[in-house]
Design a protein around this ligand. Structure first.
Ligand SMILES: NC(=O)c1ccc[n+]([C@@H]2O[C@H](COP(=O)([O-])OP(=O)(O)OC[C@H]3O[C@@H](n4cnc5c(N)ncnc54)[C@H](OP(=O)(O)O)[C@@H]3O)[C@@H](O)[C@H]2O)c1
Length: 333
């Protein structure tokens, strides 16, 4: 028997101060429409970009309140009458703005990916894993026998970028900020781990990689981005995945010669990849990630810090933005 109401987290006002934006509301339990399923969320994924969503940046024409949380894994508890390929009890993964920070959600059945189980590890393969897979293979045109640099390498998406680049037969450099994260990266097979609080990234790249880096999976921004651009190899590709260092502040204004001075002489390029624009590719990449994971070829690290229920969502987002987390941060419902 389902409860009559459930709770979710909404942005009651648009600001990148997630705590300030977030409010918990209690709403009636919906019936799924004919083509929908009703899902009981078990885990929601926490993402750096939650603060951009709470600021309204992803939904320029929307007005608050806006449902928060971009992904969840859970169990189907009811299905609409036209739904034939999912049934009550199935585990599903959802990846869309508003689907995450809530105890229950209705979603069109075709937008939910069936998965073997509703665990945090499986959840991490969805948004974070698919971003790494598509970012490297599609946007980055990843090859083998190249040097690949992954920034925020011990994070939710970075951990998958490291492993996928290794699986393809590349030499992988990963950056992080603590010895504990460095240990995780070594265990994931990262060839050269750089704790940027102890070693200078630019110096390491110039001295140890004089021919430059062929492919960069860059999600930090500011100085990390600049250093990566400066150290691209001939025909090197840098994929912008994010710029977390600028999400909670006003953009840093830089005045220096335009990028073409740095790129053309090396035939190097800068590309960017934003997962919603590659939505159609997600099922194929997710299936491949799931295969790697179930066969033990791919690890999925989940941060051990426990966040429970809608009450602790804002703490979980603040924790991710503190820079301390390792692997995927999740909230349990
Ligand atoms: N393009 C897309 O569709 C897409 C999809 C998913 C994620 N992303 C992007 O990928 C990046 C990582 O996201 P995530 O959700 O997986 O987070 P995450 O990597 O799990 O956590 C963020 C990590 O970034 C590093 N960091 C560096 N400077 C930081 C700062 N000033 N404040 C906080 N953290 C800082 C920290 O690790 P160390 O400092 O130890 O390295 C921190 O642990 C973000 O830029 C995000 O927007 C993009």
């Amino acid at each position: 028997m389902l409860p009559k109401t459930y709770r979710k987290v909404v942005a009651a006002r648009f600001t990148n101060d997630f705590q300030e934006a977030a409010e918990i509301v209690e709403v009636p339990m919906p019936q799924p429409a004919t083509n929908e399923i009703l899902v009981r969320n078990r885990y929601a994924g926490v993402n750096a970009t939650d603060v951009n969503i709470s600021a309204g940046s992803y939904t320029p024409h929307a007005q608050p309140p806006l449902d928060l949380g971009a992904e969840a894994v859970g169990e189907v508890v009811a299905v609409g009458e036209d739904v034939t390929d999912l049934k009550v009890g199935d585990a599903v993964l959802t990846n869309s703005v508003g689907s995450g920070y809530r105890e229950y959600q209705t979603i069109r059945a075709f937008r939910a990916a069936p998965v073997p189980e509703a665990t945090p590890e499986v959840l991490s393969l969805g948004l974070s894993g698919a971003t790494a897979s598509i970012g490297l293979n599609v946007t980055g045109e990843m090859k083998n026998d190249e040097t690949v640099l992954v920034t925020a390498a011990a994070g939710g998406t970075g951990q998958f970028a490291v492993q996928l680049a290794k699986l393809k037969g590349n030499h992988v450099i990963g950056t992080c900020s603590t010895d504990e994260k460095a240990d995780l990266l070594h265990s994931l097979g990262c060839d050269r781990v750089i704790n940027y609080r102890k070693e200078d990234l630019g110096t390491v790249l110039r001295v140890e990689y004089p021919h430059g880096v062929n492919l960069v999976y860059e999600s930090v921004g500011r100085g990390m981005f600049d250093t990566a651009v400066d150290n691209l190899a001939i025909r090197g590709r840098l994929v912008i995945i994010g710029y977390i260092t600028e999400y909670l502040s006003t953009p840093e204004v830089v005045t220096e010669p335009r990028l073409y001075f740095k790129l053309l002489g090396k035939s190097a390029s800068i590309r960017s990849m934003f997962l919603p624009h590659f939505f159609k590719l997600v099922p194929e990449h997710l299936a491949r990630l799931m295969e790697f994971y179930t066969s033990g070829t791919l690890q999925a690290a989940v941060d051990p810090t426990e966040f429970r229920g809608v009450e602790e969502v804002a703490d979980a987002v603040a924790y991710l933005h503190s820079g301390q987390s390792q692997g995927k941060v999740v909230v349990r419902f």
